[in-house]
Design a protein around this ligand. Structure first.
Ligand SMILES: *Cc1c(COP(=O)(O)O)cnc(C)c1O
Length: 501
C-alpha cells in the first residue's frame, strides 16, 4: 500500500536546512553574508570593546530565545553579530596574551567550512567514509613525526583534557589487568585499587586530578612531585616519592610528565622519566598539550627528547599549532592497549566490520558522535608546510626569550619565570608593602588593561604571589607591541591602587 502521508517536507524546510532542494543556492548567498560580517569583524582590530557583563545580559534579555515565529536567517545572523561577535574577544590581537588561546590559521578556518557543510561523524565508517581514512592517515603521520612505531593507534579528541583522561584510563586498566588479573571495563575497580596513585609534578595540569577523580581513584590519587626553579619535575624528588609510596604500600601505576606546563612552559626531563618509568614497570603518559608544538620546530625540537618513549601522548592543536577550537589528539604507543576500552554496539561498530576492514573509529574514542577536526590540521600542514610552521613557532619562542631579557634588565619589573616555551611571568616593582596590596595591584593592572581594550594579560599565582603572565602564541606580535605594553603596565603600577570608594 502506498504511503498516504502528504509530503510537506518542502514547505517545512524551505530555506531552513541543507535538505532543502534549493539549499545550495541559499547556502551560497547566506555564507557570503556571514563571511562579510566575519571579515569586517576581523578588520576592526579592537581587542575587546569593553562591554561590561551587565550590558551583555541586558542585550540578551531583549531578544526572545523561543520566538513563536522565526526571524529568518538574515535577521538571526544580524542578531548574532550584535549580541556576540561585536563584543567578542579578538584572539588574534597581538596583545591577546592571557591564555593558551591562539590566533588561527586561515587553512583551519577554510577547513571549518568543509567540516560543517559535510557534517560527517567520525564514529563509524558509514558516517564518514572519506574522513575516517583521512584522520587515520594523519594519525599515522603524526606518529611517525613523533618517533612512534608505524601504525594508526591514535585518535582525534576535543583537546588535552580528554586526551589526558584516555591516557590515565588505559594506564589504570592495564595495571589492574597485569597486577590483579582484573578487567576493570567489565568488573569495575577491585578493592585493591584503593591504593592506586598517579605520580605527576606539582605543575601538572588540573585535568590530571580531575581524570583521577572521574576514574574512581579520587583527586588525592595525584601524588605531587616538587619542581625545580623553572617548573620542571625534580628527578630526585620523583625517586624519593616512588620509594616512599612503596614503603607505604601504595600502588603507583603511571608517571604523568608534562611537556609544557600551562603557566611557565616547563618541560619535564622526558628521557630520564622514561628510564624511571621503565625501571619501575610504570606507564608513562606525557601531556604535551602545549609543548607538542615543538615537534614542528627546527631549533627547539630537541627539548622534547624522550617524547617517543611515552606509552601515551596528549597533543593539542588548538594551542600552538594555531587550529580553531576544538582540535586535539591522543596517541598510543602500543595499539594493543586500545583493546582495554573496546566496546561494540550492534548498530554502530559490529565486530563483523573489523573483519571486513571497515574502520569504526568510535572503538578508539570516548566520544560517540565526533567532529572531523583532523581536517583542520591536515589542511594547515599542507598549506603552510613544515618549514614555515617551524618559523612561526620559533619566532614566538625567540620573542619570549627577548621579552624576558628586557624585563630582567628593567628596574620597573621583576622577571619571575621564562620557561622553554613562550610564557613570561613578571611582577611590577612597587613601594606597596603588604602582600595583599601587591596582589591587588597586579589584578588591577590586568583588569584595567582589559577594560580599556589594550591587552588581555594573564594573571596567575606563582610561589604564592599574584603574578602577571604573557603567553606569546601569536607570531604577529612584535617587540614594539610588547614595549608599548610594558610602558602601560609601568604607568599603571606607578598610579598604584585606586582609592577605595
Ligand atoms: C591546555 C592544557 C590542557 C587541557 O587541554 P584542553 O584542550 O583545554 O582540554 C591539558 N594540559 C596542558 C598542559 C594544557 O596546557
Amino acid at each position: 500500500m502506498p504511503l498516504s502521508h502528504a509530503n510537506r517536507l518542502d514547505e517545512l524546510t524551505r530555506g531552513m536546512t541543507t535538505a532543502d532542494p534549493a539549499g545550495a543556492h541559499i547556502y551560497r548567498r547566506l555564507m557570503g553574508q556571514a563571511v562579510d560580517i566575519a571579515s569586517r569583524w576581523l578588520e576592526t582590530g579592537t581587542l575587546f570593546d569593553g562591554t561590561q557583563p551587565a550590558a551583555q545580559r541586558k542585550a540578551l534579555s531583549d531578544l526572545d530565545v523561543f520566538p513563536p515565529q522565526g526571524v529568518g536567517d538574515e535577521q538571526a545572523l544580524a542578531d548574532a553579530a550584535s549580541c556576540f561577535l561585536d563584543h567578542a574577544l579578538q584572539v588574534h590581537h597581538p596583545l591577546c596574551i592571557a591564555h593558551l588561546h591562539c590566533p588561527t590559521t586561515l587553512a583551519s578556518q577554510l577547513a571549518e567550512v568543509l567540516i560543517n557543510v559535510a557534517n560527517q561523524s567520525l564514529d563509524s565508517w558509514d558516517q564518514s567514509p572519506s574522513a575516517t581514512f583521512l584522520e587515520q592517515h594523519l594519525v599515522s603521520a603524526l606518529r611517525a613525526w613523533t618517533g612512534y612505531p608505524d601504525g594508526d593507534a591514535g585518535v582525534f579528541t576535543s583537546g588535552g583534557t580528554q586526551s589526558n583522561l584516555m591516557g590515565l584510563l588505559l594506564a589504570r586498566d592495564r595495571y589492574a589487568l597485569l597486577r590483579w588479573g582484573v578487567d576493570v571495563k567489565e568488573q569495575g575497580l577491585p578493592a585493591c585499587a584503593q591504593g592506586m596513585v598517579a605520580v605527576c609534578s606539582r605543575q601538572a595540569h588540573f585535568s590530571v586530578q580531575q581524570s583521577l577523580s572521574l576514574l574512581g581513584l579520587g583527586k588525592n590519587a595525584a601524588i605531587p612531585v616538587s619542581c625545580d626553579r623553572d617548573g620542571k619535575m625534580s628527578v630526585d624528588d620523583l625517586k624519593c616519592t616512588l620509594a616512599r609510596l612503596a614503603s607505604e604500600s601504595r600502588t603507583p601505576f603511571v608517571i604523568v610528565a608534562t611537556a609544557g606546563t600551562t603557566d611557565t612552559g616547563a618541560i619535564d626531563p622526558l628521557d630520564t622519566l622514561a628510564d624511571i618509568a621503565q625501571a619501575h614497570g610504570l606507564w608513562l603518559h606525557v601531556d604535551a598539550a602545549w609543548g607538542g608544538a615543538l615537534l614542528l620546530s627546527h631549533r627547539y625540537r630537541h627539548r622534547l627528547h624522550g617524547l617517543d618513549r611515552a606509552d601515551s601522548l596528549t597533543l593539542d592543536f588548538h594551542k600552538q599549532f594555531f587550529q580553531t577550537i576544538s582540535c586535539g589528539a591522543f596517541l598510543l604507543r602500543d595499539a594493543a592497549h586500545f583493546e582495554l576500552m573496546r566496546t561494540h554496539a550492534d548498530y554502530l561498530n559490529p565486530p563483523e566490520d573489523d573483519r571486513d576492514g571497515l574502520p569504526n573509529l568510535v572503538t578508539k574514542s570516548l566520544q560517540t558522535t565526533r567532529r572531523f577536526d583532523a581536517l583542520k590540521l591536515w589542511m594547515s600542514l599542507r598549506s603552510i608546510g613544515t618549514r614555515q610552521y617551524a618559523a612561526m613557532i620559533d619566532q614566538c619562542i625567540d620573542l619570549a626569550a627577548e621579552v624576558a631579557k628586557v624585563i630582567d634588565a628593567s628596574a620597573a619589573f621583576e622577571l619571575v619565570s621564562c620557561g622553554q616555551l613562550t610564557s613570561v611571568l613578571l611582577r611590577v616593582c612597587t613601594p606597596l608593602h603588604a602582600a595583599e596590596d601587591r596582589d591587588a595591584l597586579h589584578r588591577h593592572i590586568a583588569q584595567t588593561l582589559f577594560e580599556q581594550g589594550i591587552a588581555n594579560l594573564g594573571v596567575t599565582r606563582h610561589a604564592g604571589l599574584i603574578t602577571l603572565k604573557m603567553t606569546l602564541l601569536n607570531p604577529g606580535t612584535t617587540g614594539a607591541d610588547i614595549n608599548a605594553l610594558l610602558t602601560s603596565i609601568a604607568s599603571l603600577a606607578e598610579g598604584g591602587l585606586p582609592a577605595k570608594s
